[in-house]
Design a protein around this ligand. Structure first.
Ligand code: AMP
Length: 274
């Protein structure tokens, strides 16, 4: 596996390699990330080039968010990437990604506006900007994204469509722990007691979806879920049934049930088809 930390090295490394499938990450890799690598490899085959980027993107963190304490474990991540058959690890420094006098960012409207966009102003501007740069830097034909971050996936798809970026976005299903909690690099910050309560989020979501399928009104099903989550000690930011691509709220299924809840210092995100 080659490693590039600056653009000239990246370009040189890509010169003699086949079509690129990219998996953008912020590191602290877990099996969810590895499933994206496997899906990306299937898309380009052995003749293609599997590139993983690890970049904790300062532009997508707001003031007071966890940029400085976001987990960083480069050596362990590189071992995982090697084991996963990654051809090239792209580990840009902040200075390689953002010239100090940069003047350009990408602002997506529509699906980027509510939910995470409202809770974290500027977040999706940072995500869209870094993803556009990663696509252009690597010349990726395919880029894999997790459904775990549903709104992010829709924002990236919309950006790619609107800007005619020559990359195909490959959505990948959410990998979960045995109790249903969606895997996330931030889960390590849950203390054992909080960790044991965290699965209440997917549990309440699943129960609400099943109740709606049995004919319970969406309003009643979501109210029951909200009460259950409060009882489990989760501070809900939002729980909403939305149209899957626009993220606009809908009255009744079919749609996507999306949720964010705070548990101690950790913000849990989840979503499911409903
Ligand atoms: P992150 O490193 O958290 O920015 O995530 C990098 C990529 O991995 C994003 O496309 C995420 O949606 C995806 N991802 C994160 N957690 C999971 C998971 N549990 N299952 C599948 N994909 C995931």
């Amino acid at each position: 596996m080659r490693i590039a930390r600056d653009l000239p090295t990246l370009r040189h490394a890509l010169d003699d390699l086949g079509p690129v499938a990219l998996v953008p990450t912020m590191g602290a890799l877990h099996p969810g990330h590895l499933s994206l690598l496997a899906a990306a490899r299937r898309e380009v085959g052995e003749a293609g080039t599997l590139v993983a980027s690890i970049f904790v993107n300062p532009l997508q963190f707001g003031p007071g968010e966890d940029f400085s304490r976001y987990p960083r474990q480069e050596e362990a991540d590189l071992d995982r990437l090697r084991e996963a058959g990654c051809d090239l690890a792209w580990l840009p420094g902040v200075e390689a990604m953002y010239p100090p006098d940069r003047a350009t960012t990408i602002q997506v409207e529509g699906p980027a506006e509510g939910w995470e966009g409202a809770a974290r102003p500027g977040h999706f501007r940072g995500v869209a900007t870094v993803c556009a740069k990663l696509f252009l830097q690597t010349g990726a034909r395919v880029a894999a994204f997790g459904e775990k971050d549903w709104q992010q996936l829709q924002v990236i798809r919309r950006m790619v469509r609107d800007l005619d970026l020559p990359v195909r976005i490959l959505p990948c299903p959410t990998l979960r722990e045995a109790d249903g909690l969606a895997m996330s690099s931030r889960n390590r910050y849950l203390d054992p007691e909080a960790r044991s309560r965290a699965a209440a989020l997917p549990g309440a979501m699943r129960a609400a979806i099943e109740a709606m399928a049995r004919g319970t009104s969406p309003a009643a099903a979501l109210a029951t879920a909200r009460a259950g989550l409060a009882a489990a000690g989760l501070a809900l930011d939002y729980l909403a049934l939305v149209e899957p691509e626009s993220l606009c709220e809908v009255e009744a299924p079919p749609g996507r049930l999306i949720a964010a809840a705070r548990l101690g210092a950790v913000r849990l995100l989840d979503n499911m088809p409903a």
